[in-house]
Design a protein around this ligand. Structure first.
Ligand code: ADP
Ligand code: ASP
Ligand code: MG
Length: 449
């Protein structure tokens, strides 16, 4: 079995949808399972209308027109009518649910409802793409809602899958279709709790859902089809000289994704890695390219910086306290507070009297700051970003630290904090957001070229 996931831009244009049809046909003997994102920008629009001020018929009309426009490129007659009716019904549901909410004193959809609303993006795209694939290739297809396969915890907006029940449900739903040579076209991005409430896996989460399905189905390969040739040494839209990386180890790809490379959702690699399933990143707009293959071990003699990723803005907390408090489990107290408010920590650097921490998310930040100020002097800053150099055994790169500091110092870029990964895969620095792109360009030129 082969899992093929197509991202937003890949499901939005006539040419790329034709490529999808060709790929399904060409890979039919491998028993493909298709996973799709919402059409380009549809999730952004659905997120926006979950706030009363942005809720308007115009946004819904725009979403409808996107689907109808693409449908009309391929379909006529009954198939076209079915797609238009399904899309209209989805958007009516969205409208009714939100109108009902905003008629009360609520101005903002609660997280659970927001997940339910944004999931309609993937529902509409999967119905549309399934219908087009069938119409063009005559292959039997079936739209599958991932909420019947992926079981998650209740962390709405950024849920995590529960392996055992997900495996059971996914196999129950998908395997009979595969046996009958039906191609499942599965919604990306979402799952459901044990009680059936829709959850989403975080923005960009269709990559993650493809990997979860691959794990559950014990697929031979997971393919992530996107709008660039694969994983590059940095975002090729920012640095034109970025180099394609044909081969990466799971750990390298995972660090890259976690540290800001948008091409893969941060949690994509873990499920694939559990079953050692190769992950390929490929370009729907250049389907014959080699892409990037992500596997267990990459045996390379020469150690080097393979990639540099950035996050333009990372919330930064610095806590100062005296030595005595440190001696009495100070760090535990700090981490307990973050855990209680479900804030994930990204980078950390500790000295005798202070800790600097960057955060993945900043929900409940005011409450967190209030709690931390009870145990130490705390400062909070949003002017910083992070820059990470990634590569297996990175610390063996000759002159690594010396070169980094010489280059940044010459450019008058101050490193506010530095953090090495224990796994010897990345070195991350926190620097002012306004200096991030300049630092990226200088370091990329030097280490990668
Ligand atoms: P999709 O909709 O297919 O999921 P995304 O927009 O989520 O696509 O991810 C693809 C984008 O990721 C590319 O267009 C590129 O600009 C960006 N990107 C960021 N970092 C990297 C990187 N290191 N390698 C490749 N692409 C990257
Ligand atoms: N449609 C979702 C998003 O835009 C999931 C994805 O594209 O991967 O975040
Ligand atoms: Mg994506």
């Amino acid at each position: 079995m082969l899992v093929m996931k197509f991202g937003g831009t890949s499901v939005s244009s006539k040419n790329s949808v034709e490529v999808i049809c060709n790929l399904v046909e060409a890979n039919i003997h491998k028993k493909p399972v298709i996973v799709v994102s919402a059409l380009s920008k549809v999730t952004d629009s659905l997120v926006a209308i979950c706030t009363k001020d942005n809720f308007s018929d115009a946004v819904l009309d725009n979403i409808y027109n996107k689907h109808a426009g693409l449908a009309r490129e391929f379909l006529i007659g009954n198939d076209l009518e079915l797609v238009l009716k399904y899309t209209k019904q989805c958007l009516n549901d969205v409208k009714n649910k939100l109108s009902k909410l905003f008629a009360t004193s609520n101005n903002l959809a609660p997280l659970a409802l927001k997940d339910e609303i944004v999931f309609y993006g993937e529902k509409m795209s999967s119905f549309l793409i399934a219908t087009i694939i069938h119409n063009i290739t005559k292959i039997d297809v079936r739209q599958i809602l991932s909420s019947t396969c992926i079981v998650t915890n209740k962390k709405f907006g950024s849920a995590d899958y529960l392996a055992t029940s997900t495996k059971k449900n996914t196999r129950f739903v998908i395997l009979p279709l595969i046996k009958q040579n039906v191609v499942p076209v599965v919604t990306g991005f979402a799952g459901a709790t044990k009680d059936g409430e829709i959850t989403t896996l975080g923005r960009g989460g269709s990559d993650y859902s493809a990997s979860i399905l691959g794990f559950a189905l014990e697929a031979t390969e997971i393919q992530i089809w996107t709008d660039v040739d694969g994983v590059y040494s940095t975002d090729p839209r920012v640095i034109k000289t970025a180099k394609l990386l044909p081969l990466l180890a799971y750990e390298e790809a995972s660090e890259l994704a976690n540290l800001g490379a948008k091409v893969l959702h941060p949690r994509t690699i873990t499920p694939a890695m559990l079953s050692k399933i190769p992950v390929k990143v490929l370009n729907t707009f250049n389907p014959n390219g080699v892409g990037t293959t992500i596997v267990d071990i990459v045996d390379e003699k020469k150690r080097r910086v393979k990639a540099i990723t950035t996050k333009n803005s990372v919330p930064l907390i610095t806590i100062k306290s005296n030595d005595m408090l440190f001696g009495k489990g100070f760090l535990k107290k700090v981490f307990d507070i973050f855990a209680r408010f479900s804030i994930s920590i990204s980078l950390i650097s500790v000295s005798e009297v202070s800790i600097s921490i960057t955060l993945e998310n900043k929900e409940n930040i005011n409450e967190v700051l209030k709690q931390i100020s009870k145990i130490g002097m705390v400062t909070y800053n949003e002017d910083y970003g992070s820059l990470s150099l990634v590569g297996g055994h990175i610390m063996d790169t000759p002159n690594l630290m010396n070169d980094i500091f010489t280059i940044l110092e010459a450019a008058n870029i101050k490193v506010h904090m530095i953090s090495y990964s224990g796994s010897n895969i990345n070195v991350s620095m926190v620097i002012l957001s306004r200096d991030i792109n300049r630092a990226l360009e200088l370091l990329h030129n030097h280490f990668i070229g």
